[in-house]
Structures are given as C-alpha cells and as structure tokens.
Write a protein that binds this ligand. Structure first.
Ligand code: AHR
Length: 493
C-alpha cells in the first residue's frame, strides 16, 4: 500500500492544549530526592533553592506547561502540613508506597510551588483523599490560594510567602480504584462529590479545575459512573492512566530489548488510541458539549520493574524505543485535542519514562526529552486533522500501523507535521497532498540504529535531533522518506 497524508477539510479550530505536554513528579525513588532536589546546602551541584539548575534549564527549554505532584500513589498518603515550616521541625515519615524509605519532608508545598514559578509552569496538585480528610484538602487549597486573611493564609505568611500561588489544577485523589483506597466507582463518586464541594475556587480565575481520579486502561464502567453521577459543575476533568507496560513484575535489564518486546510495547502504545476513543464516546454521551476534559495524567513506558520492591525504585534506562512511545502517544493526544486537554508523562526525572536522568553531578537528556522538545511546536497551536493511509509494521504475523502522524498550524502560520515510523526495518515513502501553496519544507529527525540504543552518562549525545533532508517539496505534494525507527517533525512555510 502507498502511504499518503491529506489535510482533512475542516472548519474546526480546536487548539492543542499546551497541557498535553505536561509532566509528573512523584516522591518515588530518585525523582524528587537525589533527582530534582539535592538540598539548599549542596555546594557541589549548582542549585536554586535546592533544585538542580541543570534540570531547571532543561525543563525550561521544553516549555513544560504543568507539573503534577506529589503523586501518584504517594499523594493519598501525603499530609501536606508535614511539609511546611522550618525544615528542621518537619516530621520524618515512612513512604509506604515506594519502598518504605524515610521521607523527611524537606521538599514540601513551598518548595514545589516556588519551583513551578522558577520553571514558569502551572502546578497540578494531587490531593489526599485515600487517607486524608475533606478539611485537610480544603485547608490546603486555602493555604496556597487565599489572598485575604484566614487561618491558613496567615500560616502561609508565617512560613514566608505573602502572595498566594493561585493553583488551578487539583486532583481529587489518585487511582481511587487501587492505591488511592480500593474504592468502587459508586463509592468514589460520593466521596468525590463531598471533597469537591468544600474545595474553594475563590481567587482563581474561572475557579479550580478539579480532576477526578479516573479509569485505569479499559475500565469503561468507571468513566461511565463518574460522568453519570458527578454533577458537572463539580467536575472539570476525568483522569485516565495507561502505561505501555510489558513483562510487569519480571526483573531484567530494560536495555536488553528484543524485537518481540518492542512489538508488544508498540501494541500497548497504540492501545492509547482505542482507549481515548472509547472513553471519549462515554464522555460525549453525558457531556456532548465537551466541557469535562479527559486528562491522561499518567502515561509512558514501564518495563521489567517490580512495583514498590524494585531496588531502583522504577528507575529504568530510557532508550530510543521510548522515543517511539512518546512520538506516537503525543500524536494520538494531538489528534484527540477536542477532548484531551492535558496529559502528563510519568515521570520527569529518574523514574519510568523520564526525560532526564541524573548520576551524581551528571545529568543527561533522554531520547524522550528530545521528542518532547521537537514536538513543543504543537503547544497551543491549532489542530490540523489529517487523513492518513499507512503501511503496516508486521512482526511474526501480527500487524500495527507503521506510521502515526499529527499536524498543527502555529500563530505565525507555520504548519508542522510530526511523523513516527515504528517499523524497525523499512523506511516509508509518504506523499502529502497540499492544501495550499508552500514555499519551503524543512525538518528535524531523531533516529538510531538499534532498538536498545540510549544516551548514557559516558555518551550523553549519542541520540539527538539532526536536520532532516528526506522531505522534498514538489508541485503535486511533498514526498517524504521516513527512515525506519525514527521520529520526524516538518515545518511547512
Ligand atoms: O507512576 C508510578 C505509579 O503508577 C503512580 O504512583 C500510580 O498512580 C501509578 O500506578
């Protein structure tokens, strides 16, 4: 079959929310401690209020639009008052979700929200519903958001912060069906209604965006129950968590990746398309005007690690295969931008599909980082729907679409097309038929020879974007040759 792309005729002006390019940082393994945060007293690693400057600079270069914190599963065990005030007085607790290690609470609310200001990114706080109380969460909202005089805003001032941070995004629990309390959806709906009622949106433009703990993968009954039984004035978003997990529970090296594992990973990644379509159908039934957002607040690759007991605490080597996961998933989110308004990659530093890895003083950018950087041109750009015909990638009698793509037009009128060829062996020739006259086409590509390739601390720039010369502008369209196992972003002017 021939690979073709056409710009679908549409009057739609759906904007690809920049929050689709969001991130997630949990108190898990080496994400916060010995990742982001090395302590204010650290004199060997340059830092701002204890957060590594190299990480800050790398994330700024991605324009990260939001950062979700403090979990994940950790969120439903976290009592925010443990993490405020003088650090020497903060209690040390046990992080029961992630390895029963001591959590000294040295990175708390002020540390996180000040970091978000430095990064110029919007905070997304996950509240504790599983083991907290309605009052505790209502107090947290008041502590960070209330401008006037109140017990909580006075406490904030006493801790050195005059102005409120005005946090808009709030998760009402996390994975309530599992680590957040093992609830049934009917029960969680009532719990949600109660919590959401007491979370005041005063002082935040448009009120809070309250995001319900949503389904895992294909739990459509969960989404149906939430959409049907939570009044929509209390509900701005419904979460979905889907990981490209393989071999869950087995131990091994995440760099020894064979083609059958790669193919399974790509199957799990393509599953995101079906999940979003089906969850969207349910949401459309109860919310045809699409006022409630679908928030994919955890996604990414997850390999060969044992949950909670892995000595590396979900540290895994991010390789070129993760770049494929990222490119494909971001294309899927872009194409569903009408309903998907936020998606957060799990997790930013040293955990799961990290964009950044650290080792002592060293820091490296992973192939996933480079995909996020190449795709940042889609943030807040207008979606251009595509009609795509693609060859398959065949492995031992099983088939997947080889090419995924999405496109947008930015404020300067530049059209960008992002393309992923997951086929490990064959390049794909694609013809793009044009909707108007363009003067030039240029591009960038991320590719590597082997599925196991990665950036290491010894060779940090093995995989990085380079100029792409495989697209040629002709009278009847653009002819592109996309190499195997690569991610390409084109700019049409
Ligand atoms: O991202 C790791 C964990 O995965 C999160 O804590 C949890 O929400 C999910 O199961």
């Amino acid at each position: 079959q021939q690979n073709t792309i056409a710009f679908a005729k549409s009057n739609d002006t759906t904007v690809i929310s920049k929050h689709i390019y969001g991130h997630f940082a949990e108190h898990l393994g080496r994400c916060i401690y010995d990742g982001f945060y090395v302590g204010e007293d650290n004199t060997t690693i340059p830092n701002t209020n204890g957060v590594r400057n190299d990480i800050i600079n790398a994330l700024k270069a991605l324009n990260i639009p939001n950062l979700r914190w403090p979990g994940g599963c950790f969120a439903d065990t976290y009592h925010w008052k443990d993490g405020i005030g003088p650090k020497e007085n903060r209690p040390a607790i046990v992080n029961t979700w992630w390895g029963n290690v001591t959590e000294d609470n040295s990175f708390g609310t002020h540390d996180f929200l000040n970091l978000c200001e430095v990064l110029n990114t919007e905070p997304y706080i996950s509240g504790n519903v599983g083991s907290g109380s309605v009052q505790e969460l209502a107090d947290w909202v008041q502590y960070v958001n209330f401008e006037g005089k109140s017990p909580m805003s006075d406490l904030r001032r006493q801790n050195g912060r005059e102005k409120p941070w005005k946090v808009k995004f709030w998760g009402v629990g996390n994975e309530a069906w599992g680590c957040g309390g093992n609830m049934r959806p009917e029960y969680y709906v009532d719990v949600y209604r109660k919590y959401a009622t007491f979370m005041s949106g005063v002082g935040v433009e448009g009120g809070l965006d309250k995001i319900a703990s949503g389904a895992s993968d294909a739990d459509y009954r969960w989404t149906e129950t939430l959409m049907r039984d939570i009044p929509h004035n209390l509900l701005q978003g419904v979460a979905l968590h889907h990981y490209s997990v393989i071999d869950w529970g087995s131990k091994g090296s995440s760099t020894e990746f064979k083609e059958d594992q790669y193919f399974k990973t790509m199957q799990r990644s393509w599953k995101m398309e079906e999940l979003i379509q089906k969850h969207t159908e349910i949401m459309d039934k109860y919310d045809p005007e699409r006022k409630v957002d679908l928030v994919v607040d955890e996604w990414g690759g997850w390999y060969d690690v044992m949950q909670g007991t892995n000595p590396g605490f979900l540290y895994q080597q991010n390789t070129m295969r993760d770049a494929m996961i990222a490119g494909m998933n971001l294309n899927i989110f872009n194409n569903h931008a009408q309903r998907v308004k936020m998606a957060n990659l799990a997790q930013t530093v040293n955990v799961l599909q990290a964009v950044i890895l650290t080792e002592g003083k060293k820091m490296i950018l992973t192939p996933t980082y480079h995909v996020m950087e190449m795709y940042k041109i889609h943030q807040d750009a207008v979606l251009v729907p595509l009609q795509l015909k693609t060859d398959n990638y065949e492995y031992k009698g099983e088939y997947l679409p080889a090419i995924s793509a999405s496109a947008s037009i930015d404020k300067e009128g530049v059209t960008h097309i992002s393309l992923v060829n997951i086929d490990l062996h064959d390049s794909k020739n694609i013809t793009v038929s044009l909707d108007k006259v363009y003067k030039s086409v240029s591009g960038r590509i991320l590719k590597s020879a082997k599925v196991q390739d990665y950036n290491s601390f010894g060779d940090p720039e093995k995989i990085k974007p380079t100029d792409f010369k495989g697209a040629v502008l002709k009278k009847d369209g653009i002819k592109i040759e996309v190499p195997p196992f690569s991610v390409v972003v084109l700019a049409l002017k």
